[in-house]
Design a protein around this ligand. Structure first.
Ligand SMILES: Cc1cc2nc3c(=O)[nH]c(=O)nc-3n(C[C@H](O)[C@H](O)[C@H](O)COP(=O)(O)OP(=O)(O)OC[C@H]3O[C@@H](n4cnc5c(N)ncnc54)[C@H](O)[C@@H]3O)c2cc1C
Length: 416
């Protein structure tokens, strides 16, 4: 069923009885060409692009819970391509370009809103670093505007320009960045994949891998064994647990990241704003809630809830940059489990086990990567080789001394 304004009108006039479920609920088959483990954004996008771009449709996506139960339904919805390093920038710019055509592509309203992303600079050194990053962005075909203090004030006059401790010196503005309705992304990719023949199987947990002679021949699940020519894992915060079932140890730690949303307010924030002297980022949802977050909690955990010290830290960051936030009432807060890699960059690669592939290590920036991650993972599965823009995301990069340390924080997953 194609969605259109005409369809809405026709259904409205006939009692809305013609709408169909957005995807089917099939029973798992005994065998597929590709089994994707994890029905988050990345798994569903991979299935979608496998079917759409490469004509591979004998595919199952196995999700242990329900679609949207993981980080795809828990993030703060920010998309951007404001990266510095050559291993990252073209990949994230590909992703932003895919976001730009996504709703027409999968015929689903994901509320892609390019309302801009502003990174605030609070020192001369930070402004210089943003100038360098902006130049790298422009070189890869992205957009970037370096703003002085007056330029920032024009965009966001409500910021605290009198703060002596964290003076606002300027900022890096990416007009094409913005926000996307996160769970609609899962639903849109699911619908697009399902309509091309992909089986999306919820409540189906992968509990082991079927191995023979050093090769992976399929998966064991809570709903029985399923054979597959290729098994593609993308389980985000559960990466180390799931790959542990195949005997692999990953350069990834799991940490909790919290997010917060206020009561609905009239429009007050023009786009996404990030504080440069601490870790705080904020946007406003279409329903009016201020959506904000900050640092991960800083300890290893698989729990989807965090602790109060980080709540305090996030609120302090908010008050330092825009004191008006102190008047808003908090509505909800939640946590998600992040797959933090040792250099802050992800992996999209085959493993040392024949037939087994891995996608993970997205840290807390994997939502914006969803389309490109799915596209590049599908490319790897279909062609056997990495996509040009994801060529640096190899599992052996630490052994080769080629980490992609975007933040320059070293091998400290809690700092990326
Ligand atoms: C609070 C918060 C804020 C964030 N904000 C942003 C942001 O603003 N911008 C941004 O770019 N990124 C953001 N992120 C990061 C982003 O959400 C993640 O990097 C990204 O969603 C991870 O990929 P995914 O969607 O595939 O993960 P998930 O949705 O977590 O998908 C993984 C799936 O695998 C399933 N699974 C796990 N184990 C098994 C198993 N054994 N068998 C079957 N299925 C299994 C899980 O149930 C889950 O559904 C944020 C994350 C959080 C938590």
């Amino acid at each position: 069923m194609r969605y259109s304004a005409l369809k809405i009108l026709a259904e409205g006039l006939t009692g809305n009885r013609g709408w169909k479920p957005v995807w089917r609920t099939p029973e798992p088959k005994a065998e597929y060409d590709v089994v994707i483990v994890g029905g988050g954004g990345h798994g569903l996008a991979t299935a979608y692009y496998l079917a759409k771009e490469f004509g591979i449709t004998n595919v199952a996506v196995l999700e242990k819970g329900w679609l949207g139960s993981g980080n795809i339904g828990r993030n703060t919805t920010i998309i951007r391509s404001n990266y510095l390093l050559e291993g990252n920038q073209p990949f994230y710019e590909l992703s932003l370009k895919l976001w730009e055509g996504l709703e027409q592509d999968f015929n689903y309203n994901a509320m892609v809103s390019q309302r801009g992303v502003l990174n605030l600079a609070h020192s001369d050194a930070q402004r210089d670093a943003y100038a360098r990053r902006g130049n790298a962005m422009i070189l890869s075909g992205a957009d970037a505007v370096l703003l002085d203090r007056a330029g920032v004030r024009k965009l966001a006059p409500f910021l605290d320009f009198e703060n002596g401790r964290f003076p606002i010196q300027g900022g890096l503005w990416q007009p094409r960045g913005g926000t996307v309705r996160h769970d609609a992304v899962a639903w849109g990719f699911a619908r697009g994949a399902d309509s091309r023949g992909v089986d999306i199987i919820q409540n189906c947990e992968v509990t082991g891998f079927t191995m023979q002679g050093g090769a992976c021949l399929g998966v064991e699940t809570s709903r029985g064994a399923i054979r597959a020519k290729q098994v593609a894992v993308c389980v985000a915060g559960s990466s180390s647990r799931v790959m542990g079932l195949a005997g692999m140890r990953l350069p990834i730690e799991s940490h909790v990241l919290q997010a917060f949303v206020s009561e609905g307010l009239k429009p007050v924030i023009p786009g996404v704003i990030t504080f440069g002297a601490g870790h705080f980022y904020i946007s406003q949802s279409d329903k009016g809630g201020l959506v904000f977050g900050g640092d991960i909690d800083g300890y290893n955990t698989y729990a989807q809830r965090g602790n109060l010290p980080v709540v305090e830290d996030v609120c302090e960051g908010g008050m330092a940059v825009m004191p008006m936030i102190g008047r808003a009432r908090l509505l909800r807060m939640w946590g998600g489990v992040m797959d933090m890699s040792m250099d802050g960059s992800p992996f999209i690669d085959r493993t040392g086990i024949e037939g087994l592939y891995f996608n993970g290590g997205w840290c807390y920036g994997g939502f914006k990567a969803t389309p490109a991650s799915g596209f590049c993972y599908a490319h790897l599965l279909a062609t056997g080789g990495p996509h040009d823009t994801a060529a640096a995301y190899r599992l052996d990069r630490f052994r080769r001394g080629a980490p992609i340390d975007e933040k320059g924080a070293g091998a400290q997953p809690n700092l990326h």
